[in-house]
Ligand binder design. Structure first.
Ligand code: CP3
Length: 346
């Protein structure tokens, strides 16, 4: 059915003729066409309006030529649906004005019904599927319980993560009950996205790396594992992207996921040796390489291919999201290079 299913085949480690590429945060402010839509609507309105979410989801497919679409939304729609008031402050990022710090705060959180409370995201998924017309697969996503709880407790971006650390060390049982509740919502939400047409899902664990190895296992990976086993799916791949967790690669490979997303601090070839053919790997070019001129971008992208080596099981991506001040022509140069150069590795 899909005209280009390279991304799905790479996730399953099936043999393919070239390496597929998509870019985390590919629908975003580095594109003038995104900024034009964003000028007329604020970010959350864009998330809540399926026509606008669909429009910006398709932009990088048409303009940059990536091999997969990722639905335009945000990880914080789940805490918002649980009743937390969310504001996106220009140049500051997301803010929850009433963060969760104790049992009383936690009692205020609603149990969500993903299909009802996040219907606008599911509508965006269905509309995007229709507009994509099977050109490329569509990825759905959610935040990991740990990363979501970090935002819910800190209330905003943080440097030392003091509030979430106080919670897990002073009151671990409250932390665990919140993580469990979020994990149930995320599993239901990702299942609903698949039901609405998503061909794969990615769990973003941006803050996994602020924990020690032991605590990562207890407070993050445990709940990611629960989600992976509870997602209702046929053969839609699950990608787990935990940033900064080089210490736990074998454990992540055993969580039931199909693909591990790697940040750029790891050597993808070394990781491949550790995981063998248990999972595929996604990544992992340093996002700041895209500031360089196309010749240097190509050199650095080739280093990733050489490190991974020949054969399937690699989805090319950056090691984290594309930055807002990257020239779109540099992203396009990367995509063109990956499409051409990677043939030699298959
Ligand atoms: O990848 C894609 O193109 C899909 C869209 C997507 C967005 N957010 C759009 C967005 C995805 C997958 C996310 C995930 C997300 N959101 C994460 C996990 C991934 C990561 O980057 O670590 C996190 C931590 C968030 C929370 C969040 N949302 C932050 C910290 C910010 C502010 C970032 C900034 O640069 O200002 C957002 C806002 C946001 N989410 C924007 C976009 C395109 C920018 C909003 C704008 O137009 O001003």
């Amino acid at each position: 059915m899909l005209k280009n299913d390279l991304f799905l085949r790479a996730c399953k480690r099936d043999s393919i003729e070239r390496t597929p590429i998509w870019i985390m945060r590919q629908a975003g402010r580095y594109l003038p066409e995104y900024r034009a839509v964003r000028e007329k609507s604020d970010f959350l309105t864009m998330c809540r309006t399926p026509e606008l979410a669909t429009e910006v989801t398709l932009q990088p497919i048409d303009l940059i030529g990536v091999d997969a679409a990722i639905i335009f939304s945000d990880i914080l729609v789940i805490p918002e649906a649980m009743g937390m008031e969310l504001e996106m402050i220009e140049s500051k990022g997301p803010v929850f004005h009433h963060p969760i710090r104790n049992e009383d705060d936690a009692k205020q959180l609603k149990n969500i019904d993903a299909v009802k409370d996040l219907k606008y995201v599911l509508d965006a998924v269905s509309l995007t599927k229709k507009e994509l017309d099977n050109r490329v697969p569509l990825i759905g996503f959610a935040g990991s319980p740990w990363t979501l709880l970090t935002y819910m407790v800190e209330g905003k971006g943080s440097k030392n993560f003091s509030e979430i650390k106080k919670l897990i060390y002073n009151n671990p049982s409250l932390a665990h009950s919140l993580l469990d509740k979020i994990a149930n919502s995320v599993a239901e939400y990702l299942s609903a996205k698949i039901e609405a047409g998503a061909n794969a899902v990615q769990i973003f664990d941006t803050w996994g790396g602020i924990l020690s190895q032991r605590d990562y296992k207890e407070f993050s990976l445990e709940y990611i594992t629960k989600i992976v086993s509870n997602i209702k799916r046929n053969d839609e791949p699950v990608i787990v992207f935990s940033k900064g967790v080089h210490h736990s690669i074998p454990e992540i490979a055993n969580c039931g996921c199909d693909v591990i997303g790697l940040d750029w601090t790891m050597n993808i070839g070394d990781v491949r040796k550790i995981v063998g053919d248990k999972v595929a790997l996604q990544g992992n070019l340093d996002p700041t390489v895209l500031y360089a001129e196309p010749d240097s971008i190509r050199t650095k992208a080739k280093e990733v291919f050489d490190s991974y080596g020949k054969g399937s099981g690699h989805v090319f991506n950056l090691g984290h999201g594309i930055l807002p001040d990257i020239p779109p022509a540099h992203a396009k140069a990367l995509v063109d290079f990956v499409k051409e150069e990677s043939k030699a590795y298959h």
